[in-house]
Design a protein around this ligand. Sequence first.
Ligand code: XLS
Ligand code: NI
Ligand code: NI
Length: 443
Amino acid sequence: MSIVLGDKEFFPSVPEVSYEGRDSDNPFAFKWYDANKIVAGKPMKDWLRFAGCYWHTFCGQGHDPFGPGTQHFEWNASSNVHKRATDKMDAAFEFFTKMQLPYYCFHDTDLIDEENSSVADFEKKIEFITNYAEKKQSASGVKLLWGTANLFSNPRYMNGAGTNPHFPTLARAGAQLKIAIDATIKLHGENYVFWGGREGYISLLNTNMKQEQDNFAAWLHMAKDYARKNGFEGGFLIEPKPMEPTKHQYDFDTATVAGFLNKYGLADDFKVNIEVNHATLANHTFQHELQVAADNNILGSIDANRGDYQNSWDTDQFPNNIAETTEAMLVFLEAGGLQGGGVNFDAKTRRESTDMEDIFHGHIGGMDTFARSLIIAEKIITESPYSDLRKARYETYQSGKGKEFADGKMSLEKLAQIGSEVGEPEQISGKQELFENIVNQYI
Ligand code: XLS
Ligand code: NI
Ligand code: NI
C-alpha cells in the first residue's frame, strides 16, 4: 500500500506507520502489528482486516453534552459542501494509507454534509462523493468493509426509523436506507450494517412493542431483498447495543439478536457486528458476546473500542487492555475468525486530545493491542494446557451414558435411574485461578 494524498497533505508530521518491533521507541511505528506475519496459519492482516471509521475520526470533533467540539479539522475549512467532502475524503485516505488500514466504514451522512437536503438532493450529493470514493479506493487499494445509513441523528428520526410509529417517517427513512445500500453496492462494500440507534423506546406507556418489532423485521427483509436483487452478495450485520440513546434498544445483545433473527426468518442473511463497549453496557464481557455469536454461527464483524470501568456510558475509547483482548482473541481464534467482517475502530480520541497526531496514536495502540493479543491467544491455544483442561471438564459427555444423554437419546426415567445409582457425586474443582494464571503466563 502506498500513501495516497489529495491536493494537500493533512498530516505532514506523520510518515507511513510500519512495523518496527517491541523495542522501537518510535511513537509512529507498530510494536506488534506486522501485517504479513503468519499467526495460526495465516497473515495477521487477514485475521484482523482492520478498518478506519469515518464518523469518529473525520467527523466528530469531541463535542459532549456539556460543550462543543475541541478538535479543529482543516478539511472542514471550505464553505463549499462538495469541496469539504472531497477534502475530508482526501484526509481520510491519507490517514488509511499511512496507517496501513486495508478497510474503512461510513454512514451516508459522514461522507458529505446532509444539511437540509431533500431525498433527491441528498441522492445527488451521495452520487458525487461516491464517484470520488471510487477513485480514491482504486488509487489506494483501500476497500469498504461496510456502509450504513445514519437514521438516528436527524431530528425527524427521534421516534425511530424502521420502528417509527408513524408510517410516513418510516418511509422517509426507507428512502435514505435505499440510497445508503446503493452507495455500499457501488463501492463494493463487503457488508451492510444496521445499528438501531433509535430502534427502541423510552416509555412503554406510549409504545406498541410488538408492532415496532414486527415492523423492524419487515424493514430488514425489505432491505435484504432489495440489496440481493441488486447484486449485493455481502453480509448484513446487526450491531447490538442495549441502550443509549433510547432506554430499551431492541437489539439489546447478541443473544437477543439471535432470537430475533430466528423468529423472523432472517438468520440466513444477517449476522452481528459486536462492539466492545456495547457488550459492557449490556453487563456482558466482549468475549461473552463473541462466544454467543460464534455458537449461533453469526460472528460477522467487530467494532473495536473499550468502555470505562467507572463511567456507565458509551465512551468509545481505543482498545488498550491486553488481558481482556487476549481473552476475546481466544474465542475469536477458536471460532475460526470472523465471517466476512473485520475489526473496525469505532473509537474516538478524548475531547482533550486535540493534536492531529492523536488519531494516529489511538489507532496504533488499538492495532497493536489486537495484534499482540492474537499472538498471545495462538500460543495459549497451541502451547498451553488451556484447551485440554477445558475439554477435560466435559469428558464425561464424550462416551457411554453421558454421550447418550448429550445426543438426546436418553429418557428422564433412565437418567433418574443412573442418578439414584451414582451416589453422592465426586466434587470436581472448576480451577478458575489456574486458567487465569495460564493466560497471564503467556501475556
Ligand atoms: C454507536 C454505534 C455506531 C455504529 C454505526 O454507538 O456504535 O457507531 O457502529 O452506526
Ligand atoms: Ni459501532
Ligand atoms: Ni459505541
